[in-house]
Design a protein around this ligand. Structure first.
Ligand code: ZN
Length: 396
């Protein structure tokens, strides 16, 4: 044995995992009672019966860090900075959104649309440990078929342009492509199709050719139908989907992200957002149809992931969507799978996120109560959060 490797060997023997003792651990599929999670560096080393000394978290149940697959982390209500420098300021102002998201137990997000690549800046700052926040997978500019003559960096008309603009996002550093295949956003709940099958197909093929995935926004059924046939990876909102489209998302294993709760947020904050008096009525009607569609898709066997579509002051409410998933027919455990393992698989991270297993990132959430009996425990009773081995929320 060479002397030169001795110091490294000695270190390996000295370095020991930190152990955390919980009343119960739900590892993403099964429940351990009175169990310890050993963490070494940013990874989980083991889950199981306690052996040595450990940090006492025996008032709590551990669940995997939650994954919110639909955020707009860079949407801030008021940005006082001049237009030319707005996205630089956005990165600074969005720190609040990132911190509030962590407080809900969300340790990973897929951020679906931003201006000025503020999302890429945030992702990289968070990854480098320079900003507190969840791990981010980002989309850059979401492709839009703008009517009129305004051309913005997200404008794409026709399949040649949707191919080109999708590639441009990936070249800029995006992890995902986001495409708006219908109208509908904020108080506007119309769902008129804005991209044709060919336009969606061109963007989806571009993303896939470059090893990336694509999420398609469609408030209504027509954009959703064509997005599904074009082979997209996830479908956002997608209210009033017909039975054939639902059957097809099941067959193709496309992930459905209904984002029911964001319209509840808009209703609750209609005054803050200066919506007209008739907006809440329209939003509540949409919520009911969104829930009915989710119920239908769930009973047909569709795979769901948890997406809040959080913007502005909704951060901190990211996981309220779980309660809607339960209303759509899931058990609390099935809703938690949507909020953990299914999100991880959608991101292509099923071997490192979404479960509490050896070798996975040490993303742990301590909740007070039994989240498998009452989903509100996961929503309202988050007391402690660890992300990649570091405690990021302490509310014990
Ligand atoms: Zn959105």
């Amino acid at each position: 044995m060479s002397l030169r490797i001795l110091p490294a060997l000695a270190l390996a023997f000295v370095a020991h995992a930190a152990s955390y003792h919980f009343a119960a651990v739900w590892d993403g599929a099964k429940l351990w009672r009175d169990a310890c999670i050993a963490v070494e560096g940013d990874k989980i080393q083991s889950v199981g019966p306690c052996t040595g000394p450990s940090t006492d978290l025996t008032r709590y149940t551990a669940i995997p860090g939650l994954i919110d697959v639909h955020t707009h982390m860079t949407y801030v209500l008021a940005n006082p900075v001049a237009r030319s420098a707005r996205s630089a300021a956005t990165v600074f102002l969005s720190q609040d959104n990132a911190r509030k998201t962590l407080e809900t137990g969300v340790t990973t997000v897929r951020d679906l649309g931003a201006s000025g690549y503020a999302d890429i800046a945030m992702r990289d700052l968070i990854a480098a440990g320079k900003m507190a926040g969840p791990r981010m997978f980002v989309a850059g500019y979401g492709l839009q078929n703008t009517r009129g003559d305004t051309v913005t960096p997200n404008t794409a008309h026709g399949p040649v342009e949707t191919d080109k603009v999708a590639r441009a996002q990936i070249a800029a550093g995006a992890d995902w492509v986001k495409m708006y295949a219908s109208t509908g956003s904020g108080q506007d709940v119309t769902g008129a199709q804005t991209y044709s099958f060919d336009e969606i197909k061109a963007a989806a093929d571009a993303a896939h050719a470059l090893g990336k995935r694509i999420a398609v926004h469609s408030y209504g059924p027509d954009g959703a139908r064509d997005a599904v046939r074009a082979g997209v990876d996830s479908l956002e909102h997608a209210t009033d989907m017909d039975d054939a489209t639902i059957a097809e998302i099941v067959r193709r294993k496309i992930v459905y992200v209904p984002t029911i709760d964001h319209n509840r947020y808009y209703v609750d904050n209609a005054q803050l957002l200066r919506y007209p008096p008739e907006a809440p009525g329209r939003l509540n009607d949409y919520i009911q149809r969104n829930l009915a569609t989710a119920r239908k898709a769930f009973s047909a066997g569709a795979t769901f992931a948890m997406g809040s579509d959080a913007v502005y002051t909704m951060f901190g409410e990211n996981t309220r969507e779980l309660a809607w998933l339960v209303k759509a027919g899931m058990t609390p455990e099935q809703a938690l799978v949507a909020g953990t393992a299914n999100g991880a698989a959608l991101l292509g991270m099923e071997k490192s996120l979404g479960r509490l297993l050896p070798g996975y990132f040490a993303d742990l959430v301590a909740v007070e109560g039994d989240p498998l009996a009452d989903i509100q425990v996961a929503i309202q009773k988050v007391r402690w959060v660890m992300k990649a081995g570091q405690v990021v929320v302490e509310k014990r």
